[in-house]
Design a protein around this ligand. Sequence first.
Ligand SMILES: Nc1nc2c(ncn2[C@@H]2O[C@H](COP(=O)(O)OP(=O)(O)OP(=O)(O)O)[C@@H](O)[C@H]2O)c(=O)[nH]1
Ligand SMILES: [Mg+2]
Length: 462
Amino acid sequence: MNALFLKDTIAAIATPPGVGAVGIVRISGPKSGKIGRLLFKPRSPDCRFESYHLYHGDILSLRTGNILDEVLLVFMKGPRTFTGEDCVEIHCHGGPVILQRVLEAALEAGARPAEPGEFTRRAFLNNRLDLSQAEAICDIIMAKTEGGLERALHQLKGALSGKIREIREAILQVLVPLEASIDFTEEELDTPENRALLPPIDKVLGDLQILLGTYQEGRLFREGISVVIAGKVNVGKSSLFNRLVGEKRAIVTPIAGTTRDFIEESISMDGLPVRLTDTAGLRETDNLIEKEGMAFVRERLLGADVVIVILDGSEPLGPEEMKIFEENKNRNMILVVNKADLPHRLSEGDLVKYTGPLQPLWISAKYGEGIDVLKKNVYDVARRGGSHHASDTILTAVRHKVAVEKAIDLLSKAKESLQAGLSPECAAFDLRQAVETLDEITGKNLSEEILDQIFSTFCIGK
Ligand SMILES: Nc1nc2c(ncn2[C@@H]2O[C@H](COP(=O)(O)OP(=O)(O)OP(=O)(O)O)[C@@H](O)[C@H]2O)c(=O)[nH]1
Ligand SMILES: [Mg+2]
């Protein structure tokens, strides 16, 4: 977007569609104050439109002079505002018609409708926040659980930006002496000095690998995971489902084949957003309804991040259990033996023959035994392949992950060319590129199109 972009004034409804106690119309740009004064008729004669003061009054239509709503209005003088520009917020009654009318009045008075994410984009362009922080705002709004929110808030505070800056600095520490050595003659290329740059490159590579390893965890918290409970009929799938959901959501009876359809609920498992599915019990059957139900189970299993395969501990192991185990052994599986409160008739020795090193977890869905351990297992299994370093800074966006991967490639190339004693120019070129790649995360030097793309995923009014 060109420089004109910042010269005009934008307006949008900042609160979600629907009815609420209060709805906010937000205006940002140089004409905000003027538009506010044009539309607002204060109740008190001594209203001086001071910055960060809240005034009570009416919004009038410029066209008809009619009162549109009784509101509270705040004028915020730039640059110490969210966007860095002069801003006005009009706190109206929270009805969609009222908000639309007040927004139209602001447009009539000289504002233009804001594009999606345009307020945040202005904040970015005015250096109020960097790109990774702007993206964190989106995640904060969309956070489905406490865990996701906590991580997004951390990113907004600049944790990721800080880490990237630190790594960037470390690369520059290598790059500067390397570039200085470029003028040296051929014989001096593989100088001890250039070799001395290898350990710092290794250190940076290590840091980037750790950061990359956090992506899996970041993605889990951002997008959530799908967990499917599967097993033979009557083993207690619906009982476990209800236990995890925290309410009687699925029908539980002693009759085998109670659940016919699949049932889904969104829950939080220790802060992790989980889409939990209860399924029909798997068994050989001629019953058409049950057959359909089982087709659903197989379909759900395909899209599952984690499968909880559940067995009945009060019964000996049979061929059906083994078939279910076989079918799921290549999935992220947690093996659960239920009804631990009843006498154990399932032999662990027999089980191990099939399951090998996969340790079964004994629980009682009916009485709640072992449920906390199960939740922790879900978390660990979902994170498999992710980082095992406890890290405050985690990668959540695929855009950030791609940049980190690219930087790792470039640094590895630089390392190889230094080791091979090639001209320092080669390594310097790659290191310079690595710095630029990392800058993409915080939004330095990104093209307008890419910024357009990123901000277009934001909601209007944000
Ligand atoms: N003692 C005991 N009984 C349980 C436990 N979990 C479930 N049950 C009982 O086992 C029976 C079947 O439970 P459900 O939760 O309906 O089992 P399901 O796997 O969903 O069964 P289908 O939907 O028919 O496939 C019910 O009578 C439950 O009360 C448990 O941990 N201990
Ligand atoms: Mg059931």
